[in-house]
Design a protein around this ligand. Structure first.
Ligand code: SF4
Length: 365
């Protein structure tokens, strides 16, 4: 089942030491009686793809660093052999369990990019959102990572919490900037059905406040020398996430692990979120054959998240139609309203457009 155009691998570790009340990811409480058989099933799934060397590998979760040191080492050992020379190897981590031992293991097995969930720099807010960490601890962990030799670090920040003020958002961004990481992902809180926040009727900020927060975040990050290259992602030049760019360029990738998604040989698939099924090797639960219509929709949905948008020539080659001709009236309207731009043979949404991207996209489908 190898695919010569597929150079990326996502690996999902679903375990967490505690469950955050807003979390909508596939996750489970960490118990060693589950993690050991899970890793066995995961390794079998990885083997089933007969993978060649990958240009990017991303271990996400859940919380990969919630595994015991032995389990974590066995995972890294298994996966590090699959990385090409010069490849990007990212591992997500939480502040609470990114110990010196975990950092050393990552360095030993070739992890060269860390992604650390900080979410807020206010300790009261952190306890409100179920995070057992402090900003001081986050600072310490990042220093340890630097001392271990990591030169490419992302941190995640969230905004739009209930009762959050603009001052708190500014303070969060300014605190995050003091960490001097190469990459920052900033997401707005979205309370999804089924989460504890949703059940308790706790909701994200309204869209007016959100807009004000968004504009402030953009200007603080840009003033500090970061480029917002994707709707929620900022990097210093040359530190864009190579793995995530595979998704945003609508390229294929392997996804393994509980609830993981993948895109292989023209088929998008989703693995089962059911641990019992996963453990007996019933990995894939949904498949979607990407025909030309879907390909076009995915192409637009993914590329238009990027600041650079997409190349009109590439669109023409793939879909045998002229995008600007077909959608001339809509494009003119969006440009007139400063929601989109045509520049250097590319079509892209502006900052204002990205804020309402879903509403804009729908008219191209
Ligand atoms: S640590 Fe991450 S994956 Fe785990 S529950 Fe919290 S937000 Fe979800």
């Amino acid at each position: 089942m190898t695919n010569s155009t597929n150079n990326s691998l996502y690996i999902h570790i679903p375990f967490c030491e505690h469950i955050c009340p807003y979390c909508d990811f596939t996750k489970l409480f960490y118990f060693s009686k589950f993690s050991k058989p899970y890793l066995e099933a995961l390794f079998k799934e990885i083997d089933s793809y007969h993978l060649k060397k990958m240009e990017t590998i991303y271990i996400g979760g859940g919380t990969p660093t919630s595994l015991s040191d032995d389990e974590f080492e066995s995972l890294l050992k298994k996966v590090s052999n699959l990385l090409k020379n010069g490849g990007e190897f990212t591992c997500e981590a939480n502040v609470e369990n990114l110990t010196s031992q975990k950092l050393s293991l990552m360095a030993r097995y070739g992890v060269n990019r860390l992604s650390i969930g900080i979410q807020s720099t206010h300790d009261e807010r952190l306890s409100q959102i179920g995070r057992f960490q402090t900003f001081e601890k986050a600072r310490e962990v990042i220093q340890n990572a630097r001392d271990t030799g990591f030169k490419n670090i992302n941190v995640d920040l969230m905004y739009g919490f209930p009762g959050q003020t603009l001052d708190e958002v500014k303070d969060d961004v300014n605190n995050i900037l003091t960490l001097k990481t190469e990459h920052v992902s900033i997401y707005s809180l979205i309370v999804e059905p089924g989460t504890l926040f949703f059940i308790k009727n706790i909701h994200e900020q309204n869209s007016d406040e959100s807009r004000q927060f968004y504009d402030t975040i953009l200007s603080l990050m840009r003033d500090a020398g970061y480029e917002r290259y994707e709707i929620s992602n900022f990097s210093k030049p040359g530190y864009e996430s190579r793995h995530n760019l595979v998704y945003w360029h609508n390229q294929e990738y392997y996804g393994v692990g509980l609830g993981a998604s993948g895109y292989v040989n023209g088929v998008r698939y989703k693995n089962t979120p059911n641990l019992d099924k996963y453990l007996i090797g019933n990995y894939v639960s949904e498949k979607e054959i990407v025909d030309q219509k879907l390909l076009r929709e995915y192409f637009l949905m993914t590329h238009l998240r990027l600041k650079e948008g997409f190349e009109l020539e590439e669109y023409q080659d793939l879909f045998k139609e002229d995008f600007t001709q077909k959608y001339q009236a809509i494009i003119d309207e969006y440009i007139h309203e400063n929601l989109a731009q045509l520049c250097d043979g590319k079509f892209a949404f502006t900052d204002d457009g990205l804020m309402v991207m879903d509403r804009l996209l729908i008219r191209f489908f």
